[in-house]
Design a protein around this ligand. Sequence first.
Ligand code: FES
Ligand code: FES
Length: 159
Amino acid sequence: MDVNLTVNGSVHHLTIDVRMALLDVLRERLGLTGTKKGCDQGQCGACTVLIDGRRVLSCLVLAAAVEGGVTTIEGLSGEGAPLHPMQDAFLQCDAFQCGYCTPGQILSAIACVTEGHAGSEHEIREYMSGNLCRCAAYPNIVKAILQAKAKMQATAEDV
Ligand code: FES
Ligand code: FES
């Protein structure tokens, strides 16, 4: 099937198997390997991307069915450009160890803030519960989200 897929602001004209998940198209056809494959079953959140600002599990979405613009971790800041406040906060708060879950955590965290679900540590934990971290970096992930939220609100930053 021929599809036009908009990823990080660029339109890609692709011929794909209709059964391909968005995750596999991103990684294998577009070389965007920042989006990670963990469980491939919708259980871990490692594959989280944004479609028109809403978080989705790209392992569960058929690429041929995508409507709207996809944002991956590679689309948050260009080379040499400042980091997105959420990326910066994850670095400053040491909110990772191995880093495998981190791209999904960061995209999910941005949506958590823009959805208005980052009002308290408890609420953040609840609305980030779909993103698992085998290294258990959860306390610092929550700190990072609170820090980035303040900056995102101050600068009205959006993706
Ligand atoms: Fe998609 Fe785990 S790889 S949720
Ligand atoms: Fe290792 Fe989260 S930092 S899985």
